[in-house]
Design a protein around this ligand. Sequence first.
Ligand code: ADP
Ligand code: ASP
Ligand code: MG
Length: 408
Amino acid sequence: MALIVQKYGGTSVGNTERIKNVAGRVAATKQAGNQVVVVVSAMSGVTDSLIKLAKEIQELPNEREMDMLLATGEQTTIALTAMALHALGHKAVSLTGAQAGIVTDGVHTKAKIANITPKRCHELLDAGHVVIVAGFQGETPDQQITTLGRGGSDLTAIALAAALKADLCQIFTDVDGVYTADPRIVKSAQKIPVISYDEMLEMASLGSKVMQSRSVEFAKKFGVVFEVRSSFNDNPGTIVKEETKQMEDVVIRGVSLDRNQAKVTIAHVPDRPGVAAKMFRTLGNAAINIDMIVQNVSAKGEKHTEISFTLDKAELAKAKKVMEPLAKEFGAEGIRTTEGIAKLSVVGVGMRSHSGVAAAMFEALAETGVNIEMISTSEIKISVVIDLERAEKAAHAVHEKFGLGKLK
Ligand code: ADP
Ligand code: ASP
Ligand code: MG
């Protein structure tokens, strides 16, 4: 008998028909003689609608209350899924994150899992139940409800698979697996049969939202091998696991596009030690994640400079709020923000042993007439910030340049 963790995302549980479809799949897995833990997301669009409601009341709502609100999305789905299994004659119990023993830190809206006590899950499984756990949520040691950041149900599934020592972890979604680019944007994208944790992690954090990046980080840390596959068919999906030697033969594994980026520029800040430190400490204390940073070299004799950084669009209002008093203190000219940018990246462990990747990428952009605003690289990725309006065209061009549409 195997213990299997299956996660079903928002589209897969988007209406009651689909929840019944999920229940059918879970029932078949149970009937084949397995113990099954199911993690579900909120029905598609629900989390977004809850956020919208909150913003209609206040632009920056209290984050504890935000978590209280957002956690209700997944709670609806667990109960409906349990009912759908009951209707098929199976024993099933729904559990909130807290009831499943998921303990987090207190950083509301993007809490980190501190530990999981899976005793209750094991007891219910041993009593013959399917256990249905609300994704994306947990509680602090002093019983405050928290959420794990957008897409956090992936993390719930992977963390539970690690804590329960599951034999298999399957992430069911609305595409057949991880592709060389978002198949909704790049039609010629191909499914990748096997991908390393590091490549998946880079792609996820660079905008390939098929997996939440923190969940991949967790999987890598605890060696959880998982499969990304469709809840609408039986096609084999993508296996995500430790890197193997052959993986370096492929130079570029995939192209990621992040259209949820924003840029903040602070003009005319003093060019002296401690200014950048203070700025980024303030942002760090507000739990705002910064991505690329560019500081202009000041002209000789000039005592001021300009600092720009990029971040998630969702954090822009908060960043502006904490930066405004600082900009005043520094006597800066002001804060400029823009949402009209996108980040385009190429990812592959093969980059470590192949040269000319940056050149090929920049040529593809040049041939398409796309200007590069910022560049950043790591051992296995190259990212550029470009104009949002031309981003899709640029993604196609780069994908084709590396021949990714022709993979078998
Ligand atoms: P779920 O609700 O199941 O978690 P998500 O919407 O979070 O599903 O993730 C699945 C979506 O990720 C797909 O519909 C697809 O548009 C998008 N996506 C982005 N990049 C990729 C990629 N490289 N491969 C597959 N899907 C991708
Ligand atoms: N419902 C949450 C979200 O939309 C978590 C998830 O779907 O994984 O971000
Ligand atoms: Mg998701």
